[in-house]
Design a protein. Sequence first.
Length: 231
Amino acid sequence: MAAAPHSSDLTGRARIRNAALRQFAERGFAATTMRDVATAAGVSPALVQHHFGTKDGLREACDTYALAAYIDIAERGVTKGELPDGHHIGEEASWLVRYLALALVEDSPAATAIFEALVAVTEGHLRTRDVGATDLHAQAVVLTAMRLGVTVLHRHVGRGLDTDVFSEEGVARVSLASLDLLAPGLVDTDLAESWRADLTDLPQRTGQSADPSETARSTPQPTQEVPPDDV
């Protein structure tokens, strides 16, 4: 995976959108103003309005980007055997997931699309596993809800684990717990063991870097395999 581009390499529109993702995730949609986003992005409110028109337009752009990014991460986890739940989640991707947690709670159109798409991906995977379900669709819906529950309840989960769910330690602990619950029924044994070894070593590998900026530069970012930043 390619390294994440520096913020200065993004288009002006993408920088504003990313700043909006953070502001919405931190403050909520209702409490965030266009001026808040402009200040966070280091641009004028007029430029935000030029690119997105209204706050609803800005939110729609964030929803579209978040939808594509999250579904891409989930599909890669199922179809390509990559680690689930944002392995090496990275700072930018963590804000994306925090944004989606808010969208899911508020039942936005993007959240509905994300849920339906993840159900479809999960149902397809369950069908290949031949789990012998009497109601495969119901299993896919419930499993999707269980997985997204960690995202929606990330603050509570973090308090329970005494760590940030989106930190390397948090990602490792949540993913390992998920593997323990889901394997071997839903995850191939060899793949599960490979993930388990990688996840167990994750916090130690991250802690070995003396230079935080070097870790940030070398850490793969899931969001870089989604549509271009100026979409």
